[in-house]
Design a binder for this molecule. Structure first.
Ligand code: ADP
Ligand code: MG
Ligand code: MG
Length: 974
C-alpha cells in the first residue's frame, strides 16, 4: 500500500517490550472495516458451524471452541451449505458485496464491481466454506467440489474465447487469496498460471512478443516455486543475479529470451532437486496445487500472528479467486498501479496513488522500481486516467466510502483488480466523514458510526510529530495517552523544583511507582514514567485524570532513585537528561521529539455537535481543579461528575495543616486545623463553581485512608537526626516528630482499601465533613449572591448501609441549612447523594435511595470489591487472565457486564423503585470506556463522568450507543 510503504520508526531491540501485557492494537482492525461496509446480509447462509482443524494452531474464542469440540468428534463433513464457486465477469456475478464471509473481501469486491459494470477480468471465487472443508478433510478437496473447477474455467473460456492449456490461444489466470478481513500481504497469490512449454509458444504468438512470454513464464515458475512448493525466494533471486552478472546486465528488463530460458531451466532444476518432482506442466495440476497452497497460506505463521494481533478469528478461512490474467507488462501502453479515492492521511478529497508503466502485479509495491505519482498518468495516458478517475469515483459513490484500489492497464485498456475500504488516520476519517455528509453521500448517523470513539484519543493529546524519525529504547504499558519530552527527575520534590525554576523546560517524573505523595510532582511534570504497576496503578489513574501522558510498568527500565539514574539495558540516563515518552503506545525514546497540540475545532467540532444531537446519556467530567474544569468545559462536559477533594489536600502549603488535623489528640485541636483548612477549600470550590457556572458539580467528601497524607516513616526518622541539638525548641520539635511516628504506626492498616476510609472517616470525625460542607456551601452561596447559578451536589463515598448515609446527610443538612439561612440566598439548591461502590449498597439501593438525591457508581472500587481483585495488585495476574481467555477484558478498563454490570443494573432498578426520577451516573474509570458507556446507556443511566480528555470520546460513544439501539429496535420490528 502506498501510505505505509516507508517505515518511519526504527525500533531497536535493546530492550524488549514486556511480552505478557503486550498491547492489542486498537482492537479488531477488522471491526471498523466491517462497520464501514454495508451491513452484511442477514440471510447470508454463512453461519456455518465452526470446525476444529482449521484453527488448531490459532487462539480460540470461547464460543467457537465449544462448538468445535462437539463437531470434531463427528464424521468429517463433505457437503456444502452453499455453492462452492461464485462466478463473475461480463457485467454479471453470482455473488455481491454482502458475501464477504463466503467470498472474502477481494472476491466480494470483484463480484460487486462486475455487477455494476466496472471492467474486471472474469473469474470465479472458491468460497471460504470450501477452505474450511479442505482443513477438515485432511487437506483434501472432496471430488464433487473439485470437479467444479473445470466447469468454472469453461465459463471464463467461453466469455473470453481462449482456452486453459490451449497451445494456440492459452488462457492464463491468477490464483488469489482473500479473507473476510483484509490481511495485507499475509497470504499468497500466484500469477500467470497455466503456462508450460506448449502454452508459452501460444502466448508468444498471440502477443507477438517472445520476450514478454518468457518473462511471464519466469515469473510464474518463480512464484509457483515459492508459494506452492515452498522454496526460498532467495534461491531464485540468486540465479537471476548470477545471470545478470555473467552477462554484465544491470536491469531485469535487459534479460533476453535465451537468458530467461536459461533462468527458467535453472529454476526447474532447483525445484526438482528440492521437491524430488518435476515442475508440473498440466495446467489443471498447477491450478489445484495453487488453490490448495492458498488455502494453506491461511495458516502460515505470519497470517496466524497477524490474526492474533488484530483479533481476527482463526476459523474463518480464506477464499480463493481464480481470475483471467491481464498484462501491465506489455510495453509502454501498459502498466499497473494502486490508489485511494481520497488522501488516507489527511482526508483531502484528492486522487492519491502510484503506478508503473510496463510492470506487473506486485512490482509497484515491491520497491524494485520507483513508482510515479498517479497525477502523472494524466499526462502519460490522459484517456485512461480520465477513465480511472471516473471508475473509482463511481466505486466510491457506490460503496459510499473511500476506496483503496488496484488496477492494470493492458495495451491502453483499463481493468480494476481490487477494491476495498481504505484504511485511514483518525484525522482523515473525521474529515472524510464530515465531507461525505456534506456531499450527501452518507447520513450523520452513518458518519458517527464510522469513527471508533477510542481513536479520538489520538486527537485529544499532544502527539508525536509523525514526520520525524526516532528510536525507541524501551516499551512499557500505554497507561495514559499523549506524548511529552522533558528532563527526567526521580522524586516529586525534584520535579516540582525543576519545573518551577526560571526558564524551566518540561519535566518527566520517573519513579519505580508513584503514590499519593507524588501528586505535586506529577502535577508539575509533563509526563510520568514508572517501572512498576499496571494500567490501573496509581500513576496510570492519576495521570489519566490529569490528562498527562504516562508510560507505566516499563519493566526493562531500572529506576535508581538514590543514584538518580534510569538504566535501560546498558544505557544509563541521568537526572536532567531528556527523554520522550509516548503514553499512547508505551514507547520510551531517548532525546526530544517534537509534538503537536490538540484542539477541538473545524470538522472535529462539527462532528461532535452531531453526536450531541443524538445521544441520550449526558457526559460529565471528573475534575479536581479549576484548570481541569476549564478543559472539561472546552471538551463539552455538561457538569462535573466527581471532584475528589483530597487532591486539594496535597498542595504544599496545605499538607502540613492536613497532617496536624490527622495528628490531633482532641476534637479542639482537630477543629483548629480544620478551621485553617477551610479558607483553602472554600477558595478552591469558588473557583471551580465559577468555571462550571450553570452546570452541576458533584463534590465527594474525603475518601482515602488518612495515612496517605502522612510522610514516610524513614523521612521523619532522618529529620529527627537532623534537628539541631542546640536549637531552643529542640525538645518540642523532637516531640512533634515522635508523635508523628507514633500516629503513623497507629494509622497503619493491614488492608487500607477496606479500612478506615470513605464515609467512615466522616462518621468518626464529623468535623471533617462539617468543614468540607461549610467550604462548599459558603462558596456556592457567595457566588449565588453574585447572581451566578451554582448547582452543588455533595456526594458521600463508600456507603454500604443506609444508616451511614443517614448519618452523613444529617451533618450536611445541619451545616448547609444553617449557612443558607444565615446568608439568606434565594433560588439556591443543593443535593446530597452517594456513591454506590460497595456491592451491599447496590443490593440495598432501594433503602439507600430513601436518603439519596442521586447515585453515582464508583466502578473502580466496585470492581475491586465485586471481583475481589485488589486494584493495586491485580496487575500481577490480570494480564495473564486476559491472555489465557479467562477474562475477555481487563475489568478495570471495561466493565464486567455480567457481574459488576449486574450490580449496576440492580442498583439502578432498586434505586428508581424508591425514587422513579433518581438521577444515576457513573464516575469510575469506566465512564470513559466506549464499551462500558454502551452498557450504561442500556442500563438507563443519566450520565457518565470521565477524565476531561475523554469527554469527546464519551460523547461519541454515547451517540453510537443510541444509534445501535435504534438499529436493533428497527431490526426487531422487521
Ligand atoms: P494481495 O492480496 O497481496 O494484494 P492480490 O491477489 O491482490 O494480492 O495480487 C497481487 C498482485 O497481483 C496485485 O498487484 C494484483 O493487482 C495483481 N494481480 C492479481 N490478479 C491479477 C490478474 N488476474 N491480472 C493481473 N494482475 C493481477
Ligand atoms: Mg491486492
Ligand atoms: Mg471509590
Amino acid at each position: 500500500m502506498v501510505a505505509t510503504k516507508k517505515k518511519k520508526k526504527k525500533t531497536k531491540k535493546t530492550a524488549k517490550p514486556r511480552a505478557k501485557t503486550k498491547k492489542k492494537p486498537a482492537k479488531k482492525t477488522a471491526k471498523p472495516v466491517s462497520m464501514l461496509r454495508k451491513p452484511e446480509k442477514k440471510s447470508s447462509p454463512v453461519r456455518v458451524q465452526v470446525k476444529s482443524k482449521i484453527k488448531a494452531k490459532s487462539k480460540t474464542k470461547t464460543k467457537s471452541t465449544a462448538q468445535s469440540k462437539t463437531v470434531s468428534k463427528k464424521k468429517v463433513r463433505t457437503t456444502l451449505e452453499n455453492q462452492p464457486c461464485f462466478f463473475f465477469g461480463g457485467g454479471k456475478a453470482d455473488g455481491d458485496a454482502t458475501l464477504r464471509d463466503l467470498l472474502g473481501g477481494k472476491g466480494a469486491g470483484l463480484a460487486e464491481m462486475s455487477r455494476i459494470g466496472i471492467p474486471v477480468p472474469p473469474g470465479f471465487t472458491i468460497t471460504t466454506e470450501v477452505c474450511r472443508i479442505y482443513y477438515e478433510n485432511n487437506l483434501e478437496i472432496p471430488k464433487d467440489i473439485d470437479a467444479e473447477l473445470e466447469k468454472q474455467m469453461a465459463k471464463i473460456e467461453t466469455l473470453v474465447g481462449a482456452k486453459f492449456g490451449d497451445p494456440d490461444n492459452p488462457l492464463l489466470v491468477s490464483v488469489r487469496s482473500g479473507a473476510k478481513f483484509s490481511m495485507p500481504g499475509m497470504m499468497d497469490t500466484v500469477l500467470n498460471l497455466g503456462l508450460n512449454k506448449d502454452t508459452i509458444t501460444g502466448l508468444a504468438k498471440k502477443t507477438g512478443d517472445e520476450r514478454f512470454a518468457y518473462d511471464n513464464y519466469r515469473r510464474f515458475v518463480q512464484m509457483f516455486g515459492n508459494v506452492v512448493l515452498g522454496i526460498d525466494k532467495d534461491k531464485f533471486e540468486k540465479i537471476i543475479e548470477q545471470r545478470k552478472k555473467d552477462r554484465k546486465i544491470k536491469q531485469d528488463s535487459s534479460l533476453q529470451v535465451e537468458d530467461l530460458n536459461f533462468i527458467i531451466r535453472k529454476f526447474k532444476s532447483i525445484i526438482k532437486r528440492k521437491t524430488g518432482e518435476s515442475f508440473p506442466d498440466d495446467p489443471y495440476v498447477q491450478l489445484r496445487m495453487a488453490r490448495d497452497a492458498v488455502f494453506r497460506s491461511w495458516n502460515n505463521p505470519r497470517a496466524i500472528s497477524y490474526r492474533k494481533l488484530n483479533d481476527i478469528p482463526g476459523d474463518l478461512g480464506t477464499a480463493v479467486t481464480v481470475q483471467m490474467m491481464v498484462y501491465g507488462n506489455m510495453g509502454n501502453n501498459s502498466g499497473t498501479g494502486v490508489g485511494f479515492t481520497r488522501n488516507p492521511a489527511s482526508g483531502e478529497k484528492e486522487f492519491y496513488g502510484e503506478y508503473l508503466l510496463n510492470a506487473q502485479g506486485e512490482d509497484v509495491v515491491a520497491g524494485i522500481r520507483t513508482p510515479q505519482p498517479i497525477s502523472q498518468l494524466a499526462d502519460e495516458m490522459p484517456v485512461v486516467f480520465k477513465q480511472l478517475k471516473s471508475l473509482t469515483g463511481k466505486l466510491e459513490k457506490h460503496y459510499r466510502d473511500v476506496q483503496d484500489f488496484e488496477f492494470t492497464i493492458q495495451d491502453s485498456n483499463l481493468y480494476m483488480l481490487q477494491t476495498r475500504t481504505g484504511k485511514r488516520t483518525v484525522q482523515a476519517a473525521l474529515k472524510i466523514a464530515v465531507d461525505m455528509v456534506k456531499e450527501k453521500l452518507i447520513t450523520k448517523e452513518e458518519a458517527l458510526m464510522r469513527i471508533e470513539p477510542a481513536q479520538l484519543d489520538q486527537l485529544l493529546h499532544p502527539r508525536l510529530d509523525s514526520g520525524t524519525e526516532y528510536e525507541v529504547i524501551a516499551t512499557g504499558l500505554p497507561a495514559s495517552p499523549g506524548a511529552a519530552s522533558g528532563a527526567i527527575y526521580f522524586t516529586s520534590e525534584a520535579a516540582v523544583k525543576a519545573a518551577s525554576a526560571k526558564g524551566a523546560g518540561p519535566v518527566i517524573l520517573v519513579r519505580q511507582e508513584t503514590n499519593p505523595d507524588d501528586i505535586e510532582g506529577m502535577n508539575a511534570a509533563a509526563g510520568i514514567l514508572t517501572s512498576r504497576g499496571g494500567r490501573t496503578s496509581h500513576a496510570a489513574v492519576v495521570a489519566r485524570g490529569m490528562g498527562k501522558c504516562c508510560v507505566a510498568g516499563c519493566e526493562v527500565a531500572r529506576v535508581n532513585e538514590a543514584k538518580k539514574q534510569l538504566q535501560i539495558g546498558k544505557l544509563i540516563i541521568k537526572e536532567k537528561e531528556i527523554i520522550t515518552i509516548n503514553g499512547s503506545t508505551g514507547e520510551v525514546i531517548l532525546g526530544s521529539v517534537p509534538t503537536i497540540d490538540p484542539e477541538l475545532s473545524g470538522e472535529f467540532a462539527e462532528f461532535m455537535t452531531w453526536a450531541d444531537e443524538i445521544r441520550k446519556l449526558k457526559v460529565r467530567a471528573n475534575a479536581d481543579t479549576p484548570v481541569d474544569a476549564i478543559k472539561a468545559r472546552k471538551f463539552g462536559a455538561e457538569g462535573i461528575g466527581l471532584c475528589r477533594t483530597e487532591h486539594m489536600f496535597f498542595a504544599e502549603e496545605r499538607l502540613p495543616i492536613v497532617q496536624e488535623m490527622i495528628l490531633a489528640d482532641s476534637v479542639e485541636e482537630r477543629q483548629d486545623a480544620l478551621d485553617r483548612l477551610l479558607p483553602f477549600q472554600k477558595k478552591d470550590f469558588k473557583k471551580l463553581f465559577d468555571v462550571m457556572e450553570g452546570l452541576p458539580v458533584t463534590i465527594r467528601t474525603l475518601d482515602p485512608p488518612l495515612h496517605e497524607f502522612l510522610p514516610d516513616k524513614k523521612v521523619i526518622e532522618k529529620e529527627i537526626e537532623e534537628i539541631d541539638k542546640f536549637d531552643e525548641e529542640y525538645e518540642e520539635k523532637i516531640d512533634k516528630k515522635k508523635k508523628m511516628l507514633r500516629r503513623i504506626d497507629e494509622l497503619k492498616e493491614i488492608n487500607p482499601m477496606l479500612g478506615h476510609r470513605g464515609c467512615r472517616l466522616g462518621i468518626v470525625y464529623p468535623e471533617i465533613t462539617e468543614m468540607q460542607v461549610r467550604a462548599i456551601i459558603e462558596a456556592a452561596c457567595e457566588l449565588t449572591k453574585a447572581k451566578k447559578k451554582i448547582i452543588p451536589e455533595i456526594m458521600i463515598p463508600l456507603v454500604g448501609h443506609v444508616n451511614e448515609l443517614k448519618n452523613q446527610k444529617e451533618v450536611v443538612r445541619r451545616i448547609a441549612d444553617e449557612i443558607i439561612k444565615k446568608t439568606r440566598v434565594k433560588d439556591f439548591e443543593y443535593h446530597v447523594g452517594t456513591m454506590i461502590e460497595i456491592p451491599r449498597a447496590a443490593l440495598t439501593a432501594d433503602e439507600i435511595a430513601q436518603e439519596a438525591d442521586f447515585f453515582s457508581f464508583g466502578t473502580n472500587d466496585m470492581t475491586q470489591m465485586a471481583m475481589g481483585f485488589s486494584r493495586d495488585d491485580a496487575g500481577k495476574f490480570l494480564g495473564y487472565y486476559v491472555e489465557k481467555g479467562i477474562l475477555q477484558k481487563d475489568p478495570f478498563v471495561s466493565i464486567d457486564r455480567n457481574g459488576v454490570g449486574r450490580l449496576l443494573q440492580i442498583g439502578t432498578e432498586k434505586g428508581r423503585m424508591t425514587k422513579p426520577d433518581l438521577k444515576v451516573g457513573i464516575c469510575g474509570e469506566h465512564g470513559g470506556d466506549p464499551d462500558s458507556i454502551e452498557f450504561c446507556d442500556m442500563v438507563g443511566l443519566d450520565y457518565v463522568s470521565c477524565s476531561p480528555f475523554r469527554v469527546p470520546i464519551a460523547r461519541l460513544a454515547a451517540a453510537q450507543a443510541t444509534i445501535k439501539q435504534k438499529q436493533q429496535t428497527a431490526e426487531r420490528d422487521k
